[in-house]
Design a binder for this molecule. Structure first.
Ligand code: COA
Length: 199
């Protein structure tokens, strides 16, 4: 299978996703250990629904969704995206899921976030990237803070998840607050010419 690489980090390539990736993605999005941190998990995700989503990618300019391909393991381990890209307000909403839990806590989230923010600020010319994270997800909050996101709001006990009400925290990264060292790092590692690799 030929993969199109759009961005790259030290350990991962951020690749185009296709309908053929749906069977790999489905178990992540039906795993409560993952969905307890996401805005899903209340009902099963069907293969056809995921295929429909993947089939619509790269046809519209309001979102950029990419697969996270682990270079050494040679497999897809997650997905990430800039959603609701708004060229007037110059904003987007960031999302990330490393679905393969074997690859958590290895700095991959921070590297991917850094590469996506670098693209958001330097290529899409956005001013602000925002995200929403549940208050019971300290790993994600640490990851986002490391890249320069700050908390700008909190809807207390707002989301019902696994029998509990949890806070929804709103975080913001302004272009000027994107940590320079990470940006420089991301720039070095970011490939903006479309390259291909064979898997
Ligand atoms: C959230 C997620 C993207 C983070 O990616 P990751 O590669 O696991 O995270 P990183 O290793 O880059 O960074 C995590 C940081 O949190 C720290 N951390 C881990 N567990 C923590 C905890 N319980 N409390 C506080 N910090 C924690 C790590 O030590 C690391 O900080 P460091 O760089 O100082 O060591 C990933 O774990 C994931 O996809 N989780 C499941 C889905 C999810 O939560 N998505 C986000 C929804 S908003």
């Amino acid at each position: 299978m030929t993969r199109t690489v759009f961005l790259t980090t030290k350990t991962t390539d951020l690749v185009h996703l296709t309908v053929a990736d749906a069977p790999a993605i489905l178990p992540w999005l039906n795993n409560h250990d993952i969905t307890r941190f996401l805005n899903r998990g209340d009902r099963p995700l069907a293969l056809a629904e995921e295929e429909k989503f993947l089939g619509s990618l790269y046809t519209e300019r309001d979102k950029l969704v990419l697969g996270i391909w682990h270079k050494e393991a040679e497999k897809l381990i997650g997905m990430t995206g800039l959603h609701s890209i708004n060229p007037i307000n110059q904003t987007a909403v960031f999302g990330i899921t490393i679905g393969d839990t074997d690859f958590h806590n290895q700095g991959i989230g921070q590297a991917v976030l850094s590469a996506m923010c670098s693209h958001a600020f330097n290529w899409l010319n956005l001013r602000n990237v925002v995200l929403h994270v549940l208050g019971n997800n300290p790993r994600a909050i640490t990851c986002y803070t490391r890249v320069g996101f700050i908390e700008v709001g909190n809807y207390p006990t707002f989301v019902f998840k696994d029998g509990e009400w949890v806070d929804e925290i709103h975080m913001l990264l302004r272009r000027e607050n994107f940590l320079l060292s990470l940006e420089e790092e991301a720039k070095r590692q970011t490939v903006h010419q479309v390259a291909t690799m064979t898997t």
